[in-house]
Ligand binder design. Sequence first.
Ligand code: ATP
Ligand code: MG
Length: 266
Amino acid sequence: MSKIIAIVNQKGGVGKTTTAINLATALAAVDKKTLLIDLDPQGNASTGFGITLENREFTSYDVIIDNVSVAGAAVPTLVPNLDIVTSTVDLSGAELELVAIPGRESVLKNKIKEAKAKYEYILIDCPPSLGLLTLNALVAADSVLIPMQCEFFALEGLSHLLQTLDLVKANLNPDLSISGIVLTMYDRRNRLTEQVERDVRDYMGDKVYETVIPRSVRMSEAPSHGKPALIYDFRSPGSQAYILLAKEILNKRRIRIEQPEWRKAV
Ligand code: ATP
Ligand code: MG
């Protein structure tokens, strides 16, 4: 049975999609059959895999609103073992259309069930809001992975998100857990970074992954080449960090060993 991980943060531009793309790639690279569901109308995860609009025949909109199955909408990516359910801007309409559907929070959960046998990991890239699409991801998921940027308002956003997760647990998905918080676009030259990291680690303890994802130009270049950074530049510090993150997730424990060289340098 698969593990379903929703990648969530209502704050925009914190590295959700970059994490979804590269973590999915890292899991697939160690032979885990993986599915990435692009649940964001921006379709950044789909674009990040170089899938053009013409090639997005069935999308997550069709899965949620129409009679298309998850397996029916999934297409292979350039990465072996990794499929994707793409999205387009049509998905923004689903947010409204869902309101009229009975059991509106559980549509994705019900649709995902039959795909569970086919994949070991299903990652869901969520939009930057806590609307009905994200709620569907939280109800369908076993756990939540929260990418967080070390900046001033990050902790406020995090406590709002944690309240939402408590509500979902209490009312809709009692088994939902926090897989972990990953610090993204980590840059020690920014004075706030260390302060925010200390606060988050004090507040959230071992919920925070040891691995941090460094800010690097190669990470931001990769999507414009339609490739995960892990394939665009395997050796870049960001790519290597996503491999370590995948290790932490696979081992279900925090990795405190070998501090990579870049960690000392940034
Ligand atoms: P949204 O909320 O809009 O969906 P997001 O949380 O999915 O955004 P991303 O799209 O992953 O965030 O990242 C935002 C921007 O930051 C992108 O341009 C991305 O290429 C860039 N970026 C992400 N991670 C890194 C990194 N480690 N180093 C440098 N740039 C990064
Ligand atoms: Mg995104």
